[in-house]
Design a protein around this ligand. Structure first.
Ligand code: AMP
Length: 296
């Protein structure tokens, strides 16, 4: 397959979409901010399995960055991204800010409950920016399925919620997190990490794994589990400053005191100036199999 075709306008995407629809082909869509890595490529690979053709978008969305965040220094690597997508995607939608937010644009999409805790508390306006751009992108692509990473677990839930609430007919599919061999979740922001910080960054996954393992072994008290995670972090990543480390219901993100249902442990914080997030599935211990008495 050749390099993907670059589409810069909504009209160009609509044309491609109409041509596909005319032949009855299914479209899968993968929205990104570029600086593509193996995590993104895994989404695109799964997109290929889910449909006949794949559209990727690359747009660094100013609305989801706070005033003191890294919008201006966020890595922009379009030529390398197009190379990485060769053989994986037919089209890449790379709109300008003006195409996405033309004069007069004022609508905002908010998903208050899903966005209220965790990153929502530390990044005011972030999920509103995400929800607004993703709603617009889903309405531009009109794809059959759109894929998002579990790496950004709260974002995935926000998007599932808005798609259901706004009757967007695209199926929203989550894809498990792709990690470095040491466990660090792949992220476009990992390039900011100095080598010593990169080693400490692995502790996020170590802390989350310790929590999941302890819970599966029978420790279901959230306080004890988060204390365990913080101990691992103190030992393995003394320079990591925690913003949050919590455990919540896996579908609503409502806080839990006892892990009595499928849950998610989520973490965020800073190594130097780099903000890192990660999460893991936490399951309560499976009930012991009941002894069945056989009548003799
Ligand atoms: P971003 O470019 O960071 O906005 O990410 C675009 C999409 O890729 C989002 O759905 C992310 O959740 C997903 N993604 C980012 N990193 C990973 C990863 N390590 N594994 C799986 N998906 C990822």
């Amino acid at each position: 397959m050749a390099k993907p075709h670059v589409l810069k306008t909504i009209a160009a995407v609509r044309k491609v979409r109409a041509a596909l629809a005319a032949t009855g082909k299914r479209l899968a869509f993968v929205p990104t901010m570029g600086a593509l890595h193996d995590g993104h490529i895994e989404l695109v690979r799964q997109a290929r399995h889910a449909a006949d053709a794949v559209l990727v978008s690359i747009f660094v969305n100013p609305k989801q960055f706070g005033p003191n965040e890294d919008f201006s220094r966020y890595p922009r690597t379009l030529p390398a991204d197009l190379k990485a997508l060769t053989g994986h995607a037919e089209w890449v939608f790379c709109p300008s800010v003006g195409e996405m937010y033309p004069p007069g644009f004022e609508t905002r999409v908010t998903v208050p409950r899903a966005a209220q805790n965790f990153c929502g508390r530390f990044r005011p306006g972030h999920f509103e920016g995400v929800a607004t751009v993703v709603t617009r992108l889903l309405n531009i692509a009109l794809a059959d399925v759109a894929l998002f990473g579990e790496k950004d677990y709260q974002q995935l839930l926000v998007i599932k919620r808005l798609a259901a609430d706004l009757a967007i007919p695209t199926q929203i599919t989550g894809v498990p997190t792709v990690r470095e061999p040491g466990g660090l979740a792949k992220s476009s922001r990992n390039i900011y990490l100095a080598p010593a910080e990169r080693a400490q960054a692995q502790a996020l996954f170590q802390a989350l794994s310790a929590i999941a393992t302890a819970c599966a072994a029978g420790q279901t008290r959230v306080r004890a589990l988060t204390a365990l995670g913080r101990r691992v972090l103190r030992q393995s990543a003394p320079r990591f400053t925690v913003q949050y480390l919590g455990i919540a219901d896996a579908t609503t993100l409502d806080p839990l005191e006892i892990v009595d249902r499928p849950a998610r442990a989520l973490i965020a914080g800073f190594l130097g100036t780099t903000r890192l997030i990660d999460n893991i599935a936490v399951e309560p211990p499976s009930p012991a199999p009941r002894r069945v008495r056989h009548a003799r």
